[in-house]
Design a protein around this ligand. Structure first.
Ligand SMILES: *[C@@H]1O[C@H](CO)[C@@H](O)[C@H](O)[C@H]1NC(C)=O
Ligand SMILES: *[C@@H]1O[C@H](CO)[C@@H](O)[C@H](O)[C@H]1NC(C)=O
Length: 394
């Protein structure tokens, strides 16, 4: 079986083949920048494609054997587990249906929806992920939410998103797959809506999502500098000036930042400015005597396939993610991190699970970027469950 897999496997290959600069972190976690084929942090440049070394050097088949390796301390995530800045997770596989094909609706229902998780790798039903057995775990493992448990957690809550276009897909997928609202075919880049549980209309959740690619709704590629616009600032502040305010805020720096900012120094200034804006919003809330929302930073995806060598290549976004988290922490804004970069990284070598820049495009039985019919969307669906863990864990 030939698989691109976890970056640890890639690490060995790359280490042997390129002998690149490697930084060992604690717990065996390694600087992931070595995989991009970009030497000397050239990925930070605005035109990295000039420096990309994009050649298949060796094609090495890797055989996988079933083993019962356990990570002894792995337990279901608690609220405190989201305090960790960088995750060093893994995808593991606990089921496989070799006869699995894309359905007419673009979905891969390979395992029964009640196919169980295997402890300690996840908790609940693994089948709902439509991943043909794959699941992600980090320093803790995640609960897979049923519609009812998700509604029980989200009822009466107000979740506020500020970030890139991947949020749009994630929100739609959460509504479609997890909260069982199949009629929501898409959500706009900018919206504020209430959704009700079709089985119990008394359960509602308010979701607000504001794209941060530009202050002008129809434009893009201004990134966090969008916050320099007064009108945009007021739009955001308005949601924190009502009688009730969002209880949770999920922020990220988008791929558009990789396009807009010509250097890490420039991004650092933009990120610090955005962080101080959010610190001001929280201060305003505090002065009104209201409970502060919890703020999570959801790291930006590792771009996949052809998009690995563009202005938002993973090499650069990994650094940008770290810079923004740092600025938000310094400003006292962020209370937790959801490392979607780590989650997407093992699937970024080709376009099977992404269109280059999105991991959660709606299922469709259509020709995909890599020429196959249909595409995998489970990486984003996993993020949806991880977000629920962050929102609901105590
Ligand atoms: C959503 O519900 C809240 C609380 O009931 C209400 O204040 C708000 O106006 C509603 N928003 C929309 C877009 O209907
Ligand atoms: C937003 O940009 C569009 C062009 O994409 C322009 O027509 C429109 O006037 C802009 N809106 C504002 C409020 O500046």
């Amino acid at each position: 079986m030939q698989v691109l897999l976890h970056w640890r496997v890639g690490l060995l290959t790359i280490f042997v083949l390129f002998g690149l600069f490697i930084v060992w972190g604690f717990g065996g976690c390694t600087d992931k920048n070595v995989f991009q084929g970009l030497r000397h942090f050239e990925g930070l440049k605005l035109t990295p494609w000039k420096f990309v070394y994009n050649r298949m050097v060796r094609n090495i088949g890797i055989r996988f054997f079933k083993s019962d390796v356990l990570i002894p301390e792995l337990q279901t995530c608690k609220a405190a587990d989201f305090g960790r800045d960088v995750w060093c997770g893994r995808w593991t596989r606990h089921g496989k249906n070799d006869e699995c094909f894309v359905g007419d609706d673009g979905r891969y229902r390979c395992l029964a929806s009640d196919f169980p998780c295997k402890a300690p790798w996840c908790d609940g039903s693994l089948g709902v992920l439509e991943s043909n057995g794959w699941v992600y775990s980090a320093h803790c493992s995640f609960k897979m939410y049923s519609a009812q448990s998700a509604w029980d957690c989200l009822k009466n809550r107000w979740i506020f998103f500020w970030g890139d276009s991947n949020h749009v897909d994630t929100i739609r997928n959460m509504l479609n797959f997890i909260l069982e609202l199949p009629d929501v075919h898409s959500v706009p880049r900018r919206f504020d809506m209430n959704f009700s549980n079709p089985r119990d209309m008394s359960q509602t959740v308010r979701i607000t999502s504001i794209f941060n690619g530009h202050w002008n709704e129809t434009q893009n590629y201004l990134g966090v500098d969008s916050i320099r616009n007064k009108g945009f600032q007021n739009l955001l502040k308005k949601y924190f000036s009502e009688d009730t305010i969002p209880d949770t805020v999920i922020i990220n720096s988008g791929l558009h930042d990789g396009v807009h900012f010509s250097s890490i120094r420039a991004f650092s200034v933009g990120a610090a400015h955005a962080a101080s804006f959010w610190a001001g919003v929280l201060e305003m809330v505090k002065q009104r005597g209201l409970a502060l929302p919890r703020v999570f930073y959801r790291t930006t995806v590792a771009t996949g396939g052809y998009a690995r060598s563009l202005a938002f290549n993973p090499n650069k976004m990994d650094v940008f993610n770290a810079v923004f988290i740092d600025k938000l922490k310094q400003a006292g804004v962020v209370s937790g991190v959801i490392d979607n970069f780590d989650m997407t990284f093992p699937w970024h070598f080709d376009n099977r699970c992404n269109d280059g820049v999105h991991y959660g495009r709606a299922p469709a039985k259509l020709k995909w970027r890599d020429g196959e019919i249909g595409h995998q969307y489970f990486v984003d669906l996993m993020l949806g469950h991880v977000l629920l863990n962050a929102l609901c864990a105590r």
